[in-house]
Design a protein around this ligand. Structure first.
Ligand code: AMP
Length: 283
């Protein structure tokens, strides 16, 4: 069954109030649409963990630092609703922008520290946009649990910290990255890749897995990262923005995988910015 699409906060609140009155738990999956198996895995996890599930679709202008990226972002609401029908989602919330950013909107949520590296400096304003809209979606949906992908690992930690710092009573749950058979992390942006670009993009994960294997064996990161960067450029990537090894909990930079860590890579192929991360556990 196709879940009803609610477009106003008033309609959403009527539902969530009724569910909470009945003692039902609510899970929320915030997305920007153009849904793929990665998003659907979050909906499935939400359905397994909660009585009711809300998937939100909102292409949030505040988290795009590049206007072209916002214009090109794929919008596929009808197909999205069809895909969600298999997952027992109760409501799809596609908020009216006026319910998110009413005239005179002047509040920004900013999380310090965790946003100082990686995506933070490369995408000025991005995490403020994410933290602000996610705080609003948490408060609007009144959900008990929220499901986020490890694909955007830094975002997952930022959102978790934001909810904790602001005492929003919600549990933020991280779910594993869903990949194409080639290893490429699923992403709405993959739709923008040409067949040639897809082949190049698929090599990112292969290069990362080799690097993670060497790191798990205790080798130093700096030289390995230089080799991995060269391998990416050689594979056809046009620019490597960063390759980082960081503590999986605090995101502090690590010279070697001395504790549970994550390897992060962001690089451009075929005019598309691709990001990925994988765990590195010391042997
Ligand atoms: P987006 O629509 O790209 O903003 O993503 C919405 C949510 O889906 C975020 O929590 C992402 O981390 C998550 N997500 C995106 N791609 C994947 C993936 N390949 N596997 C798991 N989760 C994902």
């Amino acid at each position: 069954m196709i879940a009803p699409i609610l477009r106003s906060l008033a309609e959403l609140r009527a539902k969530t109030n009724e569910w909470h009155r009945n003692g039902e738990t609510i899970g929320v999956v915030p997305t920007m649409g153009a849904l793929h198996e990665g998003h659907l895995s979050l909906a499935q996890a939400a359905k397994e963990g909660c009585d009711r599930v809300i998937v939100t679709i909102f292409v949030n202008p505040k988290q795009f630092n590049n206007p072209e990226d916002l214009t090109n972002y794929p919008r596929t609401e009808h197909e999205d609703a069809q895909k969600l029908s298999r997952y027992g989602v109760d409501v799809i919330y596609v908020p009216d922008p006026q319910d998110i950013y009413p005239d005179g909107f002047s509040t920004t949520v900013s999380v310090a520290g965790l946003t100082d590296m990686m995506e933070g400096p490369f995408r000025p304003g991005h995490f403020e946009g994410v933290a602000t809209v996610v705080a609003k979606l948490f408060l609007q949906t009144q959900a008990d649990r929220a499901y986020f992908g490890e694909k955007d690992y830094q975002q997952l930690l930022v959102v978790r910290r934001m909810a904790r710092d602001l005492n929003i009573p919600i549990e933020v749950i991280g779910c594993p990255t869903v990949r194409e058979p080639s290893g490429l992390a699923m992403s709405s942006r993959n739709l923008l890749l040409s067949p040639e670009g897809l082949k190049i993009a698929a090599l990112m994960n292969e290069i990362m897995r080799q690097l993670a294997k060497d790191l798990a064996a205790g080798k130093d990161f700096v030289t390995l990262a230089q080799d991995a960067k060269a391998a990416l450029l050689n594979a056809g990537f046009t620019e490597v923005e960063y390759i980082d090894l960081r503590c999986a909990e605090t995101l502090e930079s690590l010279p070697r995988a001395s504790k549970p860590a994550r390897l992060f890579v962001t690089a451009w192929a075929d005019g598309v910015r691709l990001i990925d991360n994988i765990p590195v556990n010391p042997a």
